[in-house]
Design a protein around this ligand. Structure first.
Ligand code: FE
Length: 389
């Protein structure tokens, strides 16, 4: 499908939350948020105040958990039906924004079930009752601009990766004051998630002339600012907040690849955060995919000024630079060094490889892969050996 969809408006910079004053012609806003971090920083109160000053009635739905459940989604949709908002404002990390997107669907279509919308691009037409505003607090998932939402059914342990341009938010607000409060480790992990989004989007089979420049710009800005952002530099934090959003614009349309397929399936089993899994996997996935798209990786290497006379040398330099970046962010390079024992790895490797092949992200990976090769790539990411097949 040749389509490219983004939010209609993106407000960005310091105090960007105040741009909520531009919402005209709306009466009721429901704010969806997670734990207490947005309240601690005062950002929740500020959001509420700007909406109220704008003449709107405001109601809060708080406490969306990490990896939000179907139950939370239905509870939120029910609260929306009781209050009847014409604006939904999701503020926080990827989890409350993802949850609010799914709540929005069931608010507008109470008769729908998860089964009705779980296949990509099967959602009904939204915006019949409300528009959607997203204000991210972390710099990685880019849910504020993407067509995706991940909801977990804990009764079956199935994660539903919902995908449809209907749930691409209408407005994204990138207030660069918010990520200043992010802890260091979260900054490292979410930053490497964003880098993986951009690099996978640049080589994905659904990439286009629209997504390519966004991906390349995101990659070079992340290389310029992630380490300084990790070390607490204010300007770099702001730059990363924008760069991860550029990466999100690219991958929402170009889709992703097998670093994400494996990250989705290893994260829960090995108890390693999503961004950290991507940081581990990315060099090995580049080595595997380079048989198909070495010229694309060479483009990336040139864009960030890495040395090399041939595509092979440039691709190797890119792999080395990612490992170097991980070192500066104190991320260990293999699953083994991240505490996964041989016993645990061997017990799960076959199932992970099989499930990763079935992950939706595998479909847009530039090089085809079967279960056997998926297990080999995973094994290299466990031991640290180069992928040479
Ligand atoms: Fe990701």
């Amino acid at each position: 499908m040749a389509r490219f969809t983004l939010p209609r408006d993106i407000y960005f910079g310091e105090h960007a939350i105040e741009e909520l004053k531009n919402l005209k012609g709306h009466k009721k806003a429901m704010i969806i948020t997670g734990g207490s971090s947005m309240k601690r920083g005062g950002f929740l109160q500020k959001t509420e105040q700007v909406l109220k000053d704008n003449g709107m009635e405001v109601q809060l739905f708080e406490g969306v958990e990490p990896d939000p459940s179907i139950e939370t989604v239905f509870k939120g949709a029910e609260a929306m039906r009781a209050f009847n908002p014409d604006v939904i404002v999701a503020i926080g990390g990827g989890s409350p924004i993802d949850a609010a997107k799914a709540m929005w669907v069931f608010y507008e279509y109470p008769e729908k079930t998860f089964d009705d919308i779980k296949d990509p691009f099967t959602m009904p037409k939204l915006r019949q009752k409300a528009i959607f505003v997203a204000i991210p607090s972390t710099s990685g998932t880019a849910s504020e601009v993407t067509a995706f939402s991940v909801i977990t059914d804990y009764s079956t342990d199935i994660k539903y990766p919902l995908a449809d341009f209907e749930i691409t938010p209408d407005i994204a607000i990138l207030d660069t004051d918010i990520p200043l409060t992010m802890p260091k480790k979260l900054t490292a992990h979410t930053g490497m998630d964003a880098l993986t989004h951009a690099i996978e989007a640049y080589v994905a089979t659904a990439r286009s002339d629209f997504s390519d420049p966004l991906a390349l710009k995101a990659i070079s800005d992340i290389y310029d600012s992630l380490v300084d952002s990790y070390n607490g530099d204010k300007d770099a934090r702001g730059k990363m907040h924008i760069a991860q959003c550029l990466a999100g614009m690219a991958f929402s349309n170009a889709l992703l690849g097998i670093a994400h397929s494996l990250a989705h399936k290893t994260g829960a089993v090995f108890h390693i955060p999503h961004g950290c899994c991507n940081a581990i996997l990315l060099p090995y996935v580049i080595q595997y995919n380079s048989r198909t798209c070495m010229d694309r990786y060479a483009d990336i290497a040139r864009a960030i000024g890495l040395p090399g006379a041939t595509d092979k040398q440039l691709t190797n330099a890119l792999v080395d630079s990612i490992k170097e970046l991980n070192k500066k962010l104190n991320i260990h390079q293999t699953y083994k060094e991240n505490g996964v024992t041989e016993e645990v790895f061997n017990a799960h490797a076959d199932a992970i490889a099989k499930n990763a092949v079935g992950d939706p992200c595998t479909a847009s990976n530039p090089r085809l892969i079967d279960v056997e090769n998926m297990k080999k790539v995973l094994t290299c990411a466990f031991t640290g050996e180069d992928v040479t097949f």
